[in-house]
Design a protein around this ligand. Structure first.
Ligand code: GDP
Ligand code: MG
Length: 161
């Protein structure tokens, strides 16, 4: 199979997925990454990272008027996070389904939050809520050269290429 056939089509998109400090501390990194791998999405960026205060505030800037904002920022900077870029058709909406509802008590069993969390303030993982926000967040969390331009060789077994 020629490598040019493995290029993801224009309908593909990217999501910024982050394992929050509680997910790292609780040893859930492998399980969470595995769920995105098994689904068939392609991992394009991955790092363990200690978040600076200003980046946490910028990432959640849409929520800065909410009463929980200070606690949210404190939570995000409280320990290392795992920053990821996942790519594939419909990855943004699909990742939100894999992650589950913001309040883990409303998250279905089988989702990450449904399986591993109880309260919104310790809900283990972040996923972009739109393709545009995905690109905004990827630019915020990853520098030039930190993402890897590659395609899994199994792609024709996952997508109809
Ligand atoms: P998400 O897209 O499902 O992560 O939810 P939002 O974008 O609405 O909120 C961002 C994050 O803020 C959530 O993942 C929670 O960690 C936190 N958060 C949202 N709502 C609440 C809340 O009512 N209370 C607390 N303590 N945290 C919240
Ligand atoms: Mg959100």
């Amino acid at each position: 199979i020629s490598s040019s056939r493995l290029t993801v089509n224009a309908a593909s998109e990217r999501s910024y997925i982050m394992i929050k400090p509680d997910g790292v501390q609780r040893g859930l990194v492998g399980d969470i990454i595995s769920r995105f791998e098994r689904k068939g999405f392609a991992l394009k960026g991955l790092k363990l990272f200690q978040t600076p205060q200003d980046l946490a505030e910028e990432h959640y800037s849409e929520l800065k008027e909410r009463p929980f904002f200070p606690a949210l920022v404190k939570y995000i900077v409280s320990g290392p996070v795992v920053c990821m870029v996942w790519e594939g058709p419909g990855v943004v909406a699909s990742a939100r389904k894999l992650i589950g509802a913001t309040n883990p008590l409303n998250a279905e069993p089988g989702t990450i939050r449904g399986d591993f969390a109880i309260v919104s303030g310790r809900n283990v993982v972040h996923g972009s809520d739109s393709p545009a926000n995905g690109e905004r967040e990827i630019a915020l969390w990853f520098k030039e050269g930190e993402l890897v331009d590659w395609e899994p060789t199994v792609l024709p077994w996952v997508l109809e290429l």
